[in-house]
Design a protein around this ligand. Structure first.
Ligand code: NAD
Length: 481
């Protein structure tokens, strides 16, 4: 069976322990490869390789690093079909989605931060009798830990700015979706990257991930994943005062006012709730609809969602693929049972889906809409991270904002209305890091990306990411006047 090994110092390396984990194709439920189960010994090797590579990578300068990153972006585009197939097989997402969204965004992450490397500048603060300038030096070796939902897209969202800023990287992809990270690492060889600049250590969170976080050679950790994991990582980093960036969970509100463009809003609200089977941190899983259009909107939304075709991710007609694992499928089904026990009425979905043929053992769940729940019940408060959204009515703008903010999370929100004044007011009053108005998941890589409250700490994207991965040092010079 194919083995996915670590990638250290420019080459594949088997885990020191010789242990591997099974890697399952979610659409079929079959083990199709094995992934290295790494521990502290493998992390030691990866950090040593990254440490040795750091001076050379820095000395390449911004232009040299940018050239390496552009060559890798071009190879990603050249191998886009193979990468999309690998991502879809590993994750269960529809192949068309991996082809249209995930992999193109990998290439654009690399290209964007190649440009950022050459454009990044630091500040100068002149005084009457002196001048301050701020140096921004790379941190050294940094750790990048990423989740399974957008595997290569989110991993490159971290490693690209880290490398552009002149750091070397040890990355730990999710053990559930390790395949495309390894393909990318192999492409760095073809792209002529120096060995040790990008290293991958595969394996479980508690073993490989925690060893990476605990390693004193790791100067900062950029993490995307669940809130509980983020808390553990922040606690582990705090005693040694190392930098941490946390992109965590969400329970995002979609706020629909009665003056929205009705048909377009129904389509986009369905997309926001169920893209990637609802497994995007930005998905709008709490749909708040103004009372005056609630029944009409509900009817139209249920029609759209019930018509979503769940099926084999390799078929272009499948709008929804498989959930990422049996454990996650079970967690989602338990959450639906909890919603029923809390008095929720399931409007559509609410059950597993059997897909015939090669996918008969896959982890499919019907897209599910639930109404009749209090905003403070577990279903409306806990992140489900699957194809489940709840519907709630509100009377007016004040109540909309109050319900939208009634969560410990604060990642993203979307607002749907044609009243421009109201859109600005509501956007200002929402407690979250990202607000989309009459759109969802429109991406501009220059903007700050991240959440407030239990959704995280710090921001990714554009200059925010370049600043995170550098250490500022102010130099003050007396000009002798
Ligand atoms: P997770 O927290 O279980 O795992 C994320 C990564 O952390 C994996 O690589 C895992 O192996 C590793 N990990 C787990 N325990 C660790 C530990 N103790 N020390 C170090 N590393 C550890 O999350 P997941 O299930 O892979 O992803 C789903 C979660 O990610 C959801 O909560 C979702 O909202 C969140 N997410 C957030 C964003 C964002 O940008 N805010 C984006 C995508 C996903």
């Amino acid at each position: 069976m194919h083995k996915i090994d670590n990638f250290i110092d420019g080459q594949r390396q088997a885990p020191v322990s010789g242990h591997y984990l099974d890697n399952v194709e979610p659409a079929t439920g079959q083990v199709y490869s094995q992934v290295a189960s790494s521990d502290a010994d493998d992390v030691d090797r990866a950090v040593a390789a990254a440490t040795a590579a750091a001076p050379g990578w820095y000395e390449l300068g911004a232009t040299g690093r940018a050239a390496c990153m552009r060559r890798l972006a071009a190879l990603v585009t050249a191998h886009a079909d193979a990468l999309a197939q690998a991502e879809s097989k590993d994750n269960g997402k529809p192949l068309w989605l991996a082809s249209e969204v995930d992999i193109p965004r990998v290439a654009s992450n690399l290209e964007f931060f190649a440009d950022a490397a050459t454009q990044f500048a630091s500040e100068c603060h002149p005084m009457t009798h002196g001048i301050n300038y701020t140096l921004r030096e790379p941190l050294g070796v940094v750790g990048c830990i990423s989740p399974w939902n957008l595997p290569l897209y989110l991993m490159t969202w971290k490693i690209a700015p880290a490398l552009a800023a002149g750091n070397t990287v040890v990355a730990k992809p999710s053990e559930v979706t390790p395949a495309t990270a390894s393909l990318l690492a192999e492409l760095t060889v073809e792209a002529g990257w120096p060995p040790g600049v990008l290293n991958l250590v595969h394996g479980s969170g508690p073993k490989a991930g925690a060893s990476l976080v605990d390693h004193p050679g790791i100067k900062a950790v950029s993490f995307t994943g669940g809130t509980a994991t983020g808390k553990a990582i922040a606690s582990a980093m705090a005693p040694t005062f190392r930098k941490v960036s946390l992109e965590l969970g969400g329970k995002n509100p979609t706020v629909v006012f009665d003056d929205c463009d009705f048909e377009q809003t129904v389509d986009q609200v369905a997309r926001a709730a169920f893209s990637n089977q609802g497994q995007i941190c930005l998905c709008g899983s709490r749909i708040l609809v103004q009372q005056s259009i609630y029944e009409r909107f509900k009817k139209a939304l249920v029609e759209r969602v019930a018509a979503l075709r769940v099926g084999d991710p390799t078929e272009s007609t499948s709008q929804q693929g498989a959930l990422v694992s049996a454990a996650h499928r079970d967690k989602v089904l338990v959450a639906i049972d909890t919603a029923r026990a809390e008095g929720g009425q399931v409007l559509c979905g609410g059950h597993p889906v059997e897909v015939s043929g090669r996918c008969s053992e896959g982890y499919f769940v019907a897209p599910t809409l639930i109404e009749g729940l209090d905003m403070y019940c577990a279903t409306a408060q806990e992140e489900i991270f699957g194809p489940v959204a709840t519907l709630h009515a509100f009377a007016d703008e004040t109540e909309a904002v109050q319900l939208a903010n009634a969560t410990r999370y604060g990642l993203a929100a979307s607002v749907w209305s044609n009243d421009v004044h109201r859109c600005h007011r509501v956007a200002k009053n929402l407690q979250c890091g990202i607000v989309w108005v009459n759109c969802w998941m429109v991406r501009d890589l220059r903007t700050p990306f991240g959440g407030t409250k239990a959704s995280g700490l710090g921001r990714e994207g554009g200059l925010e990411a370049m600043r995170f991965f550098t250490e500022p040092k102010n130099v003050c010079i007396d000009v002798g006047l």
